[in-house]
Design a protein around this ligand. Sequence first.
Ligand code: ADP
Length: 292
Amino acid sequence: MNTIMEIQNISKQYKAKKVLDNISFSIYTKEIVALVGKNGSGKSTLLKIIGGLVDPDIGEVNKHVQSLKIGYVPEVIPSHLFFTPEEYLFHMGKISGIQKNALLQKITDLLEIFNMQEARTTSMINFSKGMKQKMMIMQAMLEETHLLILDEPLSGLDPRAQNELENTLLSLKENGYSIILTCHETKLLDNLVDRVLFIQGGHVMQMEALTKTAIPSNQLVFEYPSQWSLEDFLPLIQIKQMRTINNGNQEVTVTVSQENTDKILLALLQRKATIKQLFPLNHKKDQFYNHF
Ligand code: ADP
């Protein structure tokens, strides 16, 4: 799992309102990350910063791959689209300067990936929200893309459309794409995401999606030395099936599967962290998801 992007110490304020407060996390290859939080918690702002549409006041978005291409799909979907999918994608591709033959081939490929061949010559005016959502993602993928940023792609879709879109996103992941999406409901994400980042009060908290069965876990609290840099946190972030909460004052609570406990303890001790508590838990997945 390679890092493709590092979001480092991002803060953003609108007038007197601090929306994002010192947010840091990484995005890896071939993963789907969800940014979950209430309305107004700053999800769209963070996506726009990652997509380069809005500048942060402080902090940086570092691409680990220089040629990393990003496709951004906003939450608002145009309601009146009189074109057919083929026409729409062709116009959008031409605007982006894609050469005609390459564009026609790309459109054929995308219609197939998104299972839209049958509707390719139908006016989009009567498309369902799910179909329009697919069109927006296809448009973002006309040019070569590695990271897809999707703002609330699942909201307003009926369960069938949600399911279909989820399957498409999972197959994109299998084909090497990374996806970061926002969602205001965790229950929509059960079978889709690898990681959930909760956003609240300008801060993010990270957790891994766990399997449906109860996983024997341990909870530990540690304090890290003040000279720790981001590199010291990386081995911890990369451990699977782990949830961390930043308690402030250099103290972090970690919930980690029993299987990975030794790994994390070793990483912490090597980096001179102080273990303050360690005790066994028996969490079910729902408990992980119901932190707020
Ligand atoms: P979410 O996507 O979680 O609903 P947003 O990122 O859209 O949250 O908004 C977070 C906060 O920032 C809200 O209070 C919103 O009103 C404010 N905000 C977002 N964009 C702007 C802007 N361009 N100008 C001023 N305030 C903004």
